[in-house]
Every structure is written in structure tokens, then in C-alpha cells.
Write a protein that binds this ligand. Structure first.
Ligand code: SF4
Length: 250
């Protein structure tokens, strides 16, 4: 199937998300809550809105959760989209007033200052929920949304150090606004109020992860805990291949 995005013909499969099609064709649509580690979009930040014309009717859709089912025309930066995207950014900026990334996006889209929105001082989180989704899908599901309304936030159960968190840091790495604080020194990593001991690669000394993270990976794979870092592991594999078959993998 062919659709047109900003005048460009783009091939796509029926059911593919519009954002995926745009990206594959080199068309930029801004997002915060989309991350490559997650197959589906979340539609949480709403920044990826675009205007579509479907059988003569125009409407605004959220591209990361909009499956393409027939031929449509898409505008990613129409006047209506820019107006609505600016409003969304103004709201995000009031919610996450400390986020550098949102400030930069506001500058880029020339978002006017809107004083009537209540500011959340010191806040970086936009409550997109990507961290909780990543923890559930890639790790152990240690964090979730708690409370409602203006007190809603992402937390471990009761805000206590989690009994199941493995300190992998996946939540912090996917966070689009760097809202999740973590500290790391030579030997420890602290995140969500819990301090973990770091394990170093016995060959090169690189940090491999926390002890709990390595144990969880071993539990999932059904193999012995792997203490080597990725590059030392590859080296070991190359040596095994060379010793066994007389060649190294390309
Ligand atoms: S650090 Fe803890 S909360 Fe964050 S993704 Fe890993 S297990 Fe989940």
C-alpha cells in the first residue's frame, strides 16, 4: 500500500503504525514516549500528532498508535498540528518545568509562555509511563503508577525500596526527560532508594551490571550467571570458533 506523508510516497503494510512508516521513510515526527525497545507506541505524550485526510475528511490522529488501514494523505506539520503541538508542549512544560529536553522542544517549536498553567516546581517527569512499561517488558515490573489526579506519579509500591527491583537501570535509560535519578560509583549503583553492588568483568574490569541483574539474566536464560562483559564475551566466542572450526565469526 502507498500513502503520502508530507507529499512523499511511502510504501507500508496494512496495520503498520503511521509513526513507524514515517520514520522508515526519513520523515521526522517528534515524540517523547516512543522508544525503540518497545514494539508498540503508547500515545501518552501526544506530541506525534499528525493531520490525516481520509476519504476527503481531515482529522488529527496520534501517529504512534494509528494503524494505517487504507490510503491516506498525512501532514506532519500543518498549521493545525503546529498549533496543537505547541499547546501540548506548553502543558508538558508546566508539568515538567525542570526538563531540559522539553525546554529545547519548546524553543524549537516557538511555544509561547502560558502563565495560567500551574507549574510543578522541580519536576522532570511527564508521566508518560514509558519507564514502568520498560520495567515490565524488559525487567521485573518493579514500578508502576500510583495515586490519581495531580498526585499521580511513578513509584515502587508505597514508595519503599522495592523487593523485586534488580537495579538494571532500564527505567532510567528509556526515560525521555531524565526524570529518574540514579547514582553510580566504582562499586555501587543506587536507584529507587535501593543500593546495589556492581559486578565488574573479570577480564577488562568494565561494569557488567548489578549482581541481581546478572542473576535475573541467568534465571531467564537457564544458564550459569555470565560475568564477562559483552566485548569479552565476543572475544571468547571468537576464540572458541577459531579453536573448534579454524575460523572466526565475521
Ligand atoms: S532499575 Fe528497577 S525499577 Fe528500573 S527497570 Fe530495572 S528493575 Fe525496573
Amino acid at each position: 500500500m502507498i500513502i503520502r506523508i508530507d507529499g512523499k510516497e511511502c510504501a507500508c503494510e496494512k496495520g503498520e503504525y503511521l509513526l513507524t512508516v514515517a520514520r522508515r521513510n526519513g520523515i521526522f515526527i517528534p515524540t517523547l514516549c516512543q522508544h525503540d525497545s518497545q514494539e508498540d507506541g503508547m500515545g501518552a505524550c501526544r506530541l506525534c500528532i499528525v493531520e490525516i485526510t481520509d476519504r476527503g475528511r481531515k482529522s488529527v490522529v496520534v501517529s504512534c498508535v494509528y494503524p494505517v488501514n487504507h490510503e491516506i494523505e498525512v501532514e506532519t506539520n500543518s498549521a493545525r498540528i503546529l498549533r496543537e503541538r505547541r499547546m501540548i508542549l506548553a502543558l508538558l512544560a508546566s508539568r515538567a518545568s525542570e526538563s531540559l529536553r522539553i525546554r529545547q522542544m519548546c524553543d524549537f517549536y516557538e511555544v509561547p509562555r502560558i502563565d495560567r498553567f500551574v507549574k510543578s516546581p522541580g519536576e522532570k517527569c511527564v508521566m508518560c509511563g514509558l519507564c514502568a512499561k520498560a520495567c515490565a517488558s524488559l525487567s521485573v515490573g518493579a514500578i508502576s503508577t500510583i495515586n490519581r489526579g495531580i498526585t499521580k506519579k511513578i513509584s515502587t509500591p508505597y514508595g519503599d525500596p522495592s523487593t523485586v527491583c534488580i537495579g538494571c537501570g532500564a527505567c532510567a535509560k528509556v526515560c525521555p526527560t531524565e526524570a529518574i535519578e540514579w547514582e553510580e560509583d566504582e562499586t555501587t549503583r543506587t536507584i529507587w532508594g535501593k543500593t546495589f553492588t556492581l559486578v565488574h568483568c573479570p577480564h577488562c574490569g568494565t561494569v557488567v551490571g548489578t549482581r541481581e541483574q546478572i542473576e535475573e539474566a541467568a534465571r531467564r536464560s537457564g544458564q550459569e550467571p555470565e560475568l564477562l562483559c559483552e566485548s569479552c564475551r565476543k572475544e571468547r566466542m571468537a576464540k572458541v570458533m577459531a579453536d573448534t572450526y579454524g575460523f572466526e565469526p565475521s
